[in-house]
Write a protein that binds this ligand. Structure first.
Ligand code: HMG
Ligand code: MG
Length: 298
């Protein structure tokens, strides 16, 4: 069976924009988030409190967060370490996310740490956040394939998921960072996780559409009881470690599929398409989302 409701975790402003070469002004990002909130999205990841040397596009995290903090939606932010958590808490953030890797190669490239060193870095972040009553998401990248290591063994992923949950993360987001997953692999990973005692209610999925599999993978996850799905308005985003420019699963494509399945999201698709068309105009290139293209004249 399929779930009656799905919560969409919108990542366009963070994952979608973090690799844009030209700096998008904070006022434009704030307007983007404001418009996204106006579509009925309830969870809108705003930014990351990381070192600006690592992600120059998000150097305006403080300014942006303050510009949208009044919105009546959840605004999770990424924090890699205690320094990031301090910055987020100082602004009153109520939801944070740490981001681990299932592979050593990506842990090194993304966090300058081994997998276990990164977990050790997150431990005080999670415990301090929980002590403050802040909700913690644990992202896990490279759950399916890794650009350097190839296919990622399921038990390797299960181990890091367990570590993140044991640390106190409230939910996990299983990332297909380079978009290579296929539905059978998704089903196998979810079966292994539930077999290892992980409640499916604690799991979200985060697909990139590099190989055009993101919607199929999402459907496979829904069929196994997942109800939290990450997506990016207009399909913004891309991974610097994947050759293709294709981004995250487009929120519009997801909403179109869910609507057809009779699954409630509470999102106004017309407004969402208009928001992505507006953002695409700002970025100077059309949205790669098939649904945005079908429903607009861009
Ligand atoms: P490091 O260089 O090892 O850091 O980087 P460090 O702890 O040695 O500190 C070096 C300097 O950075 C120090 O400053 C620190 O104060 C400063 P200095 O003394 O040299 O002047 N520093 C900071 N400044 C501001 N904010 C901070 C911060 N932390 C340290 N939070 C670090 C380690 C983790 C910081 C670095 O590797 C980093 O920032 N990585 C972030 C990479 C990133 O943001 N990647 C994208 C997000 S993950 C993703 O997109 C995947 C996802 O979408 C899921 C999927 O698709 O798979 C989530
Ligand atoms: Mg991502």
């Amino acid at each position: 069976g399929l779930p009656a409701r799905v919560r969409i975790h919108e990542v366009g402003a963070r994952d979608g924009l973090q690799n844009e070469k030209a700096i998008v002004p904070a006022v434009v990002k704030a307007e983007f988030i404001r418009r996204l909130a106006g579509t009925g999205l309830t969870t809108i990841e705003a930014t990351s409190f990381v070192h600006p040397k690592w992600v120059p596009q998000l150097a305006d995290a403080e300014e942006l967060f303050l510009a949208v903090a009044d919105l009546p939606v959840s605004l999770p932010v990424l924090v890699p370490n205690e320094r990031g958590l301090d910055r987020a808490l100082a602004l009153g953030a109520r939801r944070v996310a740490v981001f681990a890797s299932a592979t050593e190669s990506f842990a090194r490239a993304n966090l300058n740490r081994t997998v276990d060193e990164a977990l050790a870095m997150f431990e005080p972040v999670v415990s301090r956040a929980k002590a403050e009553g802040v909700h913690v998401r644990g992202y896990l990248s490279m759950c399916f394939g890794d650009p350097w290591e190839g296919a990622v063994p399921v038990p390797q992923v299960v181990r890091v998921c367990r570590a993140l949950l044991d640390m106190g993360c409230d939910e996990l987001s299983l990332g297909d960072t380079i978009g290579v997953a296929t539905p059978g692999h998704v089903t196998a990973l979810l079966a292994a996780l539930t077999g290892a005692g992980v409640p499916v209610s604690a799991l979200g999925v985060h697909f990139h559409d590099t190989y055009g599999q993101a919607l199929s993978n999402t459907l496979a996850a829904l069929q196994r009881g997942v109800t939290t799905v990450d997506a990016s308005a207009g399909g913004l985003g891309g991974c610097p470690y994947a050759k293709s420019a294709t981004g995250n699963l487009a929120t519009e494509d997801l909403v179109w599929m869910l609507r057809g399945l009779g699954i409630d999201t509470g999102i106004d698709l017309g407004r969402l398409v208009a928001t992505s068309v507006w953002m695409a105009a700002h970025l100077g290139r059309p949205s790669p989302s098939r649904t945005v293209r079908a429903l607009s004249h861009q």
